[in-house]
Design a protein around this ligand. Structure first.
Ligand code: 13P
Length: 245
């Protein structure tokens, strides 16, 4: 199974942040980990032009490839730049932009149509966890966000509990392992043996201090990291933990 360390820079980073990407590439030149940075759209083109081994992804795309959608960016446009991945259905977009599972499904489909890999984000809120609904929510999101054809092209799933994002709170290792195992079983039921090669990433307050413990869990194939991916010094320690896992 490929190991992936993905950094989601969210609405952070100007041109002068691109040196962080080059630093990562230098430090992990011979790594067996796929290193991916998803910077904001404004520097996506420059990031794609960096001549190094770090892969570059976008944080969102429109459901259509072109048309009258002022201010929007399509998977086709992202593909033209040379990016390899697109994050879809991040909980911040689900909450701030009303993205439903049905929209996430359309986005992940259009990403795959362009030969790019969607990173489909799922995760429960604190209320849902406290009410014992975690697995039901995760199951419904997985079901609703992936088309029946989704397993035929590369795809990545990121489990990001909403309450763990940017808070410093992380589920117990048992809880992470439980959700990841559940995801693997759900994907297997839907896509058969292909599911065994779909990377499952954990996201939500991953830091150098907890990375090794998380990466030691079964069915955790890497991480989708926010704050700790902005600086090469921080992200590099997480990548090293994944190399050692
Ligand atoms: P943090 O690592 O800052 O908690 O963010 C996680 C995240 O939302 C990545 O997509």
């Amino acid at each position: 199974m490929q190991k992936i360390a993905a950094g989601n820079w969210k609405m952070n980073g100007l041109s002068n942040s691109l040196s962080e990407i080059s630093l990562l590439a230098e430090r992990h030149a011979t790594s067996d980990v796929r290193i991916l940075i998803c910077p904001p759209f404004t520097v996506l083109s420059k990031a794609c032009d960096l001549d190094d081994r770090t892969e570059i992804g976008a944080q969102n795309c429109h459901i259509s490839q072109s048309g009258p959608h002022t201010g929007e960016i399509s998977a086709q446009m992202i593909a033209e730049l040379g990016a390899t991945h697109v994050i879809v259905g991040h909980s911040e977009r689900r909450a701030e932009n009303g993205e439903t599972d049905a929209i996430v499904l359309k986005k992940s489909t259009s990403v795959q149509q362009e030969g790019l890999t969607p990173i489909v984000c799922i995760g429960e809120t604190l209320d849902q966890r406290e009410n014992g609904q975690t697995l039901a929510i995760i199951g419904a999101q997985l079901d609703g966000s992936l088309s029946s054809e989704a397993g035929k092209s590369p795809i990545v799933i990121a489990y990001e509990p909403v309450w763990a994002i940017g808070t410093g709170h992380v589920p117990s290792m048992y809880e992470i392992a439980q959700v990841h195992e559940f995801c693997r079983c759900q994907l297997k039921q839907r896509f058969g043996d292909t599911a065994m090669s779909i990377p499952l990433l954990y996201g939500g307050s991953v830091k150098a201090t907890n990375a090794a413990e998380i990466f030691a869990l079964p069915n955790v194939n890497g991480a989708l990291v926010g704050g700790a991916s902005l600086k090469a010094d921080d992200f590099s320690k997480i990548i090293t933990a994944l190399e050692d896992a």
